[in-house]
Design a protein around this ligand. Sequence first.
Ligand code: C2G
Length: 133
Amino acid sequence: MKRVITYGTFDVLHYGHINLLKRAKALGDYLIVALSTDEFNSIKHKQSFYTYEQRKLLLEACRYVDLIIPENNWEQKIDDVKKYQADVFVMGDDWKGKFDFLKDFCEVVYLPRTPDVCSTNTKAYLAKEKQAA
Ligand code: C2G
């Protein structure tokens, strides 16, 4: 059983996220998603549109996701890889190189981001639409 782990906020779930999860799952048999908590998002200076529970509910509906765990801080990745026996760590390539320290514990894969879609732009567009309405 090859276990894959990935991390993120996954706010306003979109096809870029799904592309990432689909490709991550294809690298193994079991995909763990460490979902950023609302508290950790404030540490990342990210204000998510949906709460942790709402973002978790959306991810649970995704066929590629087998387990969701909370991401509370930057420091938990090595412990997570050990605790969940992850064979592969996957992130979009906007993070390329940032998590190479995990290579001592598992395979590290950076996948090309899906172009032209991101939660931030979608939220900005929706906010503008709301103002115009
Ligand atoms: N992603 C992607 N294509 C996009 C948007 C996002 O491939 N158009 C990928 C990102 O590269 C990331 C994952 O989808 O691997 C989740 O994206 P975010 O929720 O923006 O994750 P981020 O806020 O970067 O959190 O400890 C790591 C952090 O928690 C990562």
